[in-house]
Design a binder for this molecule. Structure first.
Ligand code: FAD
Length: 323
């Protein structure tokens, strides 16, 4: 028995959520008294693969065939399942990211495993039971879920556990399982980025604005602030519905889920549907002129003030700091 963790990469580099998944999986492996194997799919350099040892992976299976260079949901799920079988892993961990949400159920079906998606805590192991706290109803509630199956798949919510170092000696092993042609029923031919700015779902810093900005002509200061911070820009649903901003920036229950280290919300009321998309942000800062705005209830820091006064001052302060 062992634990297997799948680490996502983008353009040959691991994502922070991947290091978090390794840290989490290592804690599970320690609690189970077993070792942790990581699997990387795509062309990741040896230096980056070795870095996984810093977070507790004692073995890394490296899949670097051209066929699997780009993410293919079905094929990646099959490869991860082959790795789990080879490693005799009864627990598979991955990040509950955009691609993780597609992979986890496929892996669970193939392994006849119990699935917990959106996990926010380590498993509780009491009286032979294996229970994990997870988010439910778009982050409005938590559910304590017990897995009764022998095999378990856990998709960890980004930012729920954090990246923790636990260095071990790491061995890199090439792994080239045969993948069936039927696993390539739908393949990515080309990725055309809508923007060359920071991708919103992966952003570490997000500057988001709402209807309090009054109109699209006022987004210049939001973009300037985001650029100074190296942040992605986001918005509330009414803003994208009104075509003030593109729909790709709409955050919330019906939009994108983000889990940055910093979510800066400007002129957004904090409706529950908006909060559903940002609740796993590490630090939330709210700027709103209404001290009763619901967003302040979930904020780590709040500024009660007019965005048209506060944001330009923030920009000046950042420029001065950078200068
Ligand atoms: P408003 O509610 O109009 O709030 C504007 C805020 O700006 C106010 O708090 C105000 O005090 C403040 N403000 C005004 N002027 C200034 C100023 N000068 N300086 C500083 N602050 C100022 N919404 C989402 O965002 N994402 C979703 O995914 C989503 N999904 C939904 C799904 C359903 C089924 C439904 C019914 C609704 C959904 N909504 C969603 C809409 C949601 O309920 C809210 O209506 C929406 O989030 C409000 O957007 P807002 O905060 O930008 O606007």
């Amino acid at each position: 028995m062992s634990v297997l963790v799948y680490i996502e990469q983008a353009e040959g580099k691991f994502k922070k959520s991947g290091f978090e998944a390794v840290s989490y999986a290592k804690a599970i492996a320690d609690a189970q008294g077993t070792h942790l194997t990581a699997i990387s799919i795509g062309n990741v350099g040896e230096g980056d693969l070795k870095e996984l040892g810093k977070y507790g992976a004692s073995k890394v299976l490296n899949v670097s065939t051209d066929q699997l260079k780009s993410f293919v949901n079905q094929a990646y799920a099959s490869v991860i399942v082959d790795a789990a079988t080879k490693e005799n892993a009864d627990i598979v961990v991955l990040s509950n990211s955009f691609s993780g949400k597609g992979l986890a159920p496929r892996i669970a079906v193939k392994l006849k495993a119990g699935l917990i998606d959106g996990a926010v805590t380590l498993p509780q192991l009491e009286d032979g039971k294996f229970s994990v706290k997870k988010t439910a109803f778009s982050g409005k509630a938590f559910a304590i879920t017990e897995i009764t199956a022998a095999n378990k798949v856990i998709a960890l919510n980004p930012n729920a556990f954090g990246v923790k170092e636990s260095p071990v000696e790491v061995a890199i092993e090439d792994f080239a399982p045969e993948v069936k042609a039927t696993d390539f029923a739908a393949i990515v031919k080309e990725i055309v980025r809508a923007t060359d700015k920071v991708s919103l779902p992966d952003a570490e810093l997000v500057v988001s604005a709402g209807r309090g900005l009054k109109g699209p002509e006022n987004w210049g200061m939001i973009e300037e602030l985001a650029e100074l911070l190296g942040a992605a820009t986001a918005c509330s649903k009414p803003v994208s519905d009104a075509d003030w901003r593109p729909h790709s920036e709409h955050v919330g229950q019906t939009g994108i889920t983000v889990s940055p280290n910093l979510y800066l919300a400007i002129g957004i009321s904090g409706a529950i549907q908006h909060l559903a998309g940002i609740s796993s942000s590490k630090v939330i800062v709210v700027i709103n002129k209404d001290p009763e705005a619901p967003f302040f209830k979930v904020a780590d820091y709040g500024i009660v003030g007019d965005a048209f006064e506060v944001v330009p001052q923030l920009i000046e302060a950042l420029k001065a700091h950078k200068g």
